[in-house]
Design a protein around this ligand. Structure first.
Ligand SMILES: Cc1cc2nc3c(=O)[nH]c(=O)nc-3n(C[C@H](O)[C@H](O)[C@H](O)COP(=O)(O)OP(=O)(O)OC[C@H]3O[C@@H](n4cnc5c(N)ncnc54)[C@H](O)[C@@H]3O)c2cc1C
Length: 497
């Protein structure tokens, strides 16, 4: 039995810990913050309970698969409900596209907007399901050390058939003409951190996730998933240390030997670093042991950061659903402000999550819990003044849509932005979602899961394979753990220093 140290307790770190402990390794997690969960932490204040990060529960199959590895089901830990409608996109005052859970009803929605589009949607979703199958079965669970991993005929053919070389933007436009339908079909890839014209059409598999597999919610909030993983990890024997910042990885020869942490020196046989990759390389490792240098990171396309407001309102707000996308602004201009010439947008698109529509436990009775998120470029100047200058405008836009004035009824407000991501998670440029999934940042082109100089150091999380998002981070933890387990099995044949 070896002794493994995991840096960070987000989805990827917790997932890796569960697999390693199940295999019999003595596994410990070291987390700098007071609670586990990383970007998916939760906090409660004044009767409101806010999920701080992720709010969309997509790809329920990935969560079930994860727990099934340990003989468990998600229902052993939390109640999952399907949202119906799944979400709405607000293009203007009386211009709202509501997405029902049922696919047949969705065809009707499409047909009412564009003649013949329901037939197009059927074909689109059939292809998206095929891509999802190829993606999830053949691509996503690979460590991506070599292109040869993908060199099976069925995989190559599948990838070719999945339109990897055309963009989501051109692909969607082959099917639909109406601007609102195009926005709806392009929106899911915004989760991947780049513009639809930069994302390979393979990723329209996300439409299968969004429109066919459905939008779900764990009662009590997204943190229920973290709670579940934490409980599972503890039951498997993982030791979890919070308020335990890792300051340095000690290396001897080509092997990491210990961690210097705020709670002391920890001797270890191997490490999985689930903290932000850039932070681990630049701040925890001496230069000669790094995979990449600063220039490498500077050239990478980062997914956006965001400005978030956690808001409590002392009355109910009509016309809002659980998930609301405010697309009542110029999408292309906002995208330019994020990706081309990073600047604060004058009129950004934004997203409002109102989980109190589904879950009474997240707000006092008769009140509403709002999570307002504005995507912005990573690394922007972040001051209290700038944050505040956005708030009133966002509330006004929500009021216009809901028809309810509630600015006077706001009894709780807290903001979160670039500098908080840096302070709380050591996030490079305060990024929220890691690296964008552009073609040149996919699979082997992503920062490698293993350190090429330090044999017993692996990386996991949203900055390495397979990419950003909760399901990919869970999968990333699994891949890293499996690779480390393989390493332990072969290590006995190597000469130790
Ligand atoms: C606002 C927001 C909204 C999102 N919405 C969604 C969504 O709706 N659906 C979805 O699927 N995904 C969403 N995501 C993305 C998803 O939350 C992330 O991809 C995922 O949580 C990343 O998990 P991780 O394990 O890679 O990293 P993290 O969660 O960042 O975990 C890394 C951990 O390492 C710790 N750490 C850092 N440095 C050190 C150190 N030196 N010592 C010890 N510990 C350290 C950090 O504190 C952190 O706990 C969202 C993200 C954000 C920020």
């Amino acid at each position: 039995m070896s002794n493994v140290a995991i840096i960070g307790s987000g989805f990827s770190g917790l997932a890796a810990a569960c697999f390693l402990s199940q295999e019999g390794h003595d596994t410990s997690i070291f987390e700098k913050n007071t609670t586990v969960g990383g970007r998916a932490r939760q906090y409660a204040d004044c009767g409101f309970t806010f999920d701080m990060g992720p709010s969309w529960y997509w790809m329920p199959d990935v969560f079930e698969d994860f727990f099934a590895h340990f003989g468990k089901k998600t229902s052993d830990y939390y109640d999952l409900v399907q949202l119906d409608p799944g979400f709405q996109i607000i293009f203007g005052k009386n211009d709202v596209l509501t997405v029902p859970a049922n696919e047949i009803e969705l065809y009707d929605v499409f047909e009412k907007i564009e003649n013949g589009s329901s037939i197009q949607l059927k074909q689109f979703l059939k292809e998206a399901a095929f891509k999802y199958d190829i993606g999830m079965r053949q691509l996503v669970y690979k460590p991506a050390f070599s292109w040869f991993e993908y060199a099976r005929w069925d995989v190559v053919k599948g990838v070719a058939d999945a339109n990897i070389f055309s963009s989501v933007r051109s692909y969607v436009r082959r099917y639909f003409k109406d601007k609102r339908l195009i926005s709806l079909m392009e929106f899911p890839v915004l989760f991947l951190g780049a513009m639809p014209n930069q994302i390979p059409a393979l990723y329209t598999m996300m439409n299968h996730a969004a429109l066919s597999l459905g939008t779900w919610y764990p009662m009590g909030g997204m943190y229920k998933i973290i709670d579940a993983m934490n409980d599972l990890a503890l039951s498997l024997g993982v030791s979890i240390y919070t308020d335990a910042t890792v300051d340095k990885i000690d290396v001897l020869g080509s092997r990491a030997t210990s961690l210097q942490t705020s709670i002391g020196t920890i001797k270890t046989d191997a490490i999985i670093a689930s903290a932000d990759y850039h932070h681990v390389e630049e701040h925890l490792l001496e230069q000669q042991y790094r995979n990449y240098n600063e220039q490498y990171w500077a050239k990478k396309t980062f997914a956006p950061s965001c400005l978030i407001f956690y808001v409590g309102v002392k009355k109910r707000i009509k016309n809002l659903l659980h998930h609301n996308l405010f697309f009542d602004a110029d999408f292309d201009q906002h995208a330019k402000d994020i990706y081309e010439k990073p600047t604060w947008s004058e009129r950004p698109l934004f997203y409002v999550c109102c989980p109190s529509k589904t879950d009474n436990s997240v707000a006092p009775e008769g009140m509403e819990n709002l999570f307002i998120l504005v995507p912005i470029a990573s690394g922007l100047e972040d001051t209290q003044y700038i944050r505040e200058s956005y708030f009133d405008g966002l509330i006004k836009r929500i009021e216009e849509q809901s028809g309810a004035l509630f600015s006077e009824d706001i009894i709780y407000k807290k903001s979160y932005c670039v500098s908080d991501f840096v302070t709380d998670y050591n996030a490079y440029k305060g990024n929220a979602y890691g690296l964008a999934n552009t073609l040149m940042q996919t699979a082997k082109f992503k920062p490698s899961l293993r350190n090429s100089k330090v044999k017993n150091l692996y990386y996991t999380g949203q900055l390495t394979v397979p990419g950003p998002g909760v399901p990919p981070s869970l999968i990333s933890g699994q891949i890293a753990a499996k690779e480390l387990i393989k390493y332990f099995k072969t290590k006995t044949h190597e000469t130790f220093i």
